[in-house]
Design a protein around this ligand. Structure first.
Ligand SMILES: Nc1ncnc2c1ncn2[C@@H]1O[C@H](COP(=O)(O)OS(=O)(=O)O)[C@@H](OP(=O)(O)O)[C@H]1O
Ligand SMILES: [Mg+2]
Ligand SMILES: [Mg+2]
Ligand SMILES: [Mg+2]
Length: 353
């Protein structure tokens, strides 16, 4: 008998791989006018929209009843002012979807030369991601490019997809085209997919041949005090980095933090490149989105780690499109996690004095 979520895993890996092919090629061709600024002032590119179209196509064909909580929507593309971007996105999505089938892919997922979609179909496919989430049932959550600012800088970003069932993340898949395959060889070949299924472990696959190259099992190692460091955001607006410095000081950490965009941070944690993920809110008001943490959280747990908010409570993926009131995110191996929580709470006490 097949393992639980075997088909979901296969479709998700195929979808994320195709989306990564697209984003990598877009990066090399991005021109002025192919990036919009959203209402929250964050950037979105033709790569984000067309990657969402690609992933949603496979999910919709393979699992037509599953709703999708996706970061992007097609409203701006439907307007007359979006005509040029729309045309580019439709072209990119179709080029990616109609490429020849690779090992592990099925034509019935909307793939292959005969599966060109119209502009109207592509926009509707992007808008399959407008589901509001909630506590019950099956749903996917998609961040077509996580770390868009990193993507634009040519640094780290990830195509991130997760399956949530009754508020619990059961499957997470993250494609990281710019991440070195081996952290021991940072200037070596790049491109990895990270996959976790609840109860089945965490694995790294090659981005070029995820269905044929052997998967690498991932376990967070036991760190020595000298090796332990923090994995944190690049953008100062996304996480309170001065707070991280104080936590590191309390913990006696001497190794400098690793700053990296996107959920590639969770992937780095799962394979032991850095020991502690810490993301505390900068101001009040911003609510973390479920697509920014769902696949990373199951990857960390399946690699033997723990992920909570700063109060030590589990993240709640059943509240809708966000994680609700923001008490930050703390992820680490089991042993350091308890120490980090204590240090975070001490730093919070000092701040409130
Ligand atoms: N104010 C604020 N606080 C916290 N988080 C925010 C905030 N604004 C945006 N975002 C989300 O941050 C996502 C990128 O996070 P990163 O960890 O990659 O940030 S960073 O690029 O390293 O700075 C980014 O994901 P993408 O939009 O997919 O890039 C946003 O969802
Ligand atoms: Mg965004
Ligand atoms: Mg994101
Ligand atoms: Mg995004």
């Amino acid at each position: 008998m097949a393992l639980p979520y075997a088909l979901e895993k296969q479709v998700a890996i195929a979808a994320v791989r195709r989306a990564c092919v697209l984003t990598s090629s877009v990066f090399n061709q991005l021109v002025k006018g192919e990036t919009l600024t959203k209402d929250d002032k964050s950037p979105v590119t033709v790569g984000d929209f067309s990657a969402q179209a690609v992933v949603n196509t496979l999910l919709t064909r393979a699992f037509p009843d599953d709703p999708i909580v996706g970061e992007e929507d097609a409203a701006d593309l439907r307007a007359e002012s979006g005509a040029v971007m729309r045309e580019r996105i439709v072209g990119l999505a179709n080029d990616t979807l109609t490429a020849d089938l690779q090992e592990g892919e099925k034509e019935e997922w909307g793939l292959g030369p005969s599966h060109r979609q119209t502009a109207a179909q592509i926009l509707d496919t992007i808008d399959r991601g407008t589901f509001n989430g909630g506590p019950t049932g099956r749903m996917w959550t998609l961040d077509p490019i996580d770390g868009t600012k990193g993507f634009l800088r040519g640094e780290q970003y990830a195509v991130c997809l997760a399956l949530i069932v009754n508020s619990r993340v059961e499957l997470g898949v993250m494609g990281c085209p710019n991440l070195p395959i081996s952290s021991a060889n940072p200037s070596g070949p790049k491109g990895a997919i990270f996959v976790a299924v609840r109860g089945q472990g965490a694995h790294q696959f090659s981005l070029s041949n995820p269905f044929s190259d052997p998967p690498i099992p991932l376990t967070i190692p036991a760190f020595t005090q000298e090796d332990l460091n923090l994995l944190e955001s690049v953008e100062k607006a996304h996480a309170k980095l001065s707070f991280n410095d104080r936590v590191a000081e309390i913990l006696g950490i001497t190794r400098p933090p690793t700053r990296m965009d996107s959920q590639a941070k969770y992937c780095s944690l799962a394979r032991g490149d850095g020991g502690i993920y810490l993301r505390m809110p900068v101001g009040s008001g911003y609510k973390e989105k479920i697509w920014d943490h769902a696949p990373g959280s199951v990857l960390v747990e399946e690699a033997g780690g723990v992920i909570t908010n700063s109060r030590g409570e589990p993240l709640d993926f059943g509240l809708g499109r966000t994680l609700g009131e923001n008490f930050g995110v703390v992820a680490a191996g089991k042993v350091p996690h308890a120490r980090v929580l204590e240090a975070v709470q001490q730093a919070q006490k000092e701040e409130s004095k």
